[in-house]
Design a protein around this ligand. Sequence first.
Ligand code: HEM
Length: 419
Amino acid sequence: AEQIPNEKTIDDTIDLLKEGYLYIKNRTDEYRINLFETRLLGQKAVCISGEEAVKIFYDPEKFKRNGAAPKRVQKTLFGENAIQTLDGKEHIRRKALFLSLMGPDAQQRLAQMAAAEWEACIPKWEKAVRIVLFDEAKNLLCRAACRWAGVPLREEETGKRAQEFMDMVYAFGAVGPRHWKGRMARTSAEDWVRGIIEDVRADKIKAEDGSVLKEMALYRDKDGRQLDAQIAAVELINVLRPITAIATFITFAALSLLEHPRYKGWLEGGDEQRIEWFAQEVRRFYPFGPFLGAKVRKNFTWNGYEFKKGLLVLLDMYGTNHDEKIWGDPDVFRPERFRDWNGSLFNFIPHGGSDPSRGHRCPGEGITLEIMKATLDFLVNKIDYDVPAQNLNIPLNKIPTLPESGFIIQNVKKKTPAV
Ligand code: HEM
């Protein structure tokens, strides 16, 4: 179709790297349309954005995931042959395993472990000259994730494993050293976790019934076969890594409290509804997941554009979470907006869209929300602290990104409970 905008450069990869999170949104805003054609990493691609785009992107008749993620992403962020690359029945079955381990009780158990760990930090922090919140959060979450999942982790090893998980995440949009760091981290972590899976199967490690470790180690596919130990390790890492990565949202949450101090008072006293709205707005407002990729399963037409079988399509997560048609004033940080949110599975997509049991939407959204709520309550109601001058800039051309300083706090003091 003629009216569909086409980026005329030979290949837009350089612009994608330069514009980062804003690459798709800059163009959909400019053309005032929710799709355009481009070339990325040497192939034709179509970028789509907005609520209607989310609906088609999650239609399993129209799209598949196998073959969509570049090898460089599989060798860092996802792992090879992981759930992210499955389709159809095999995907639904493996997804059910993930979801069965992350229900409301499991979410609460993990959030309470995180809350207890935060409180246990206070004496150490009161003596420290400065604390980098991101670093504390990633170590704390890695420790809690392993304990919650039943994965043995020595305290001396915690920092190393937490860093490996973050290196995998921060390799996503990287070329050069940051990409290679992610690959090495993945190799090291897979060796470690595969050894644990093998020990559980050989009964050398007693894994608790119902634990994530045991369920992953002993899961059987539809033909009754155990997963290859390597793939079981990849999938167990698919639980431990993203829990550790919630450190990113925690850092954004602390930043938003600094930038919008009136909300500190609003959250004092620990009103759970307000804390939840605040956590939702942090997940909407700040950049984490940039876009998602899928391939067209069979030809169809949408918005006057012919989607041909095999075409690469990118769904703009950041742009949809900042879509004026959905959010009104998308660039204003306003937690109360969630009072009026319609709860749609297709318009608020920091963790992807649609129903997680039927598509690829993140199974860890509940865990993420509960850990963020526990952490916000801690930051607002359990401690006082100062935030010294530092570089809090969030570069939007770095995917994933983070406030540059990692959020430094000082003069931490335990709050005396109000009577
Ligand atoms: C998938 C975001 C935390 C486990 C995804 C997807 C996104 C996402 C955008 C892809 C959706 C799609 O492909 O359609 C996030 C963010 C998190 C987070 C921003 C916050 C740090 C978690 C947690 C867990 C988790 C805590 C597990 C405990 C997974 C898994 C998948 C996934 C296993 C693959 C699902 C599939 O392919 O069916 N996540 N996630 N994530 N996430 Fe998360």
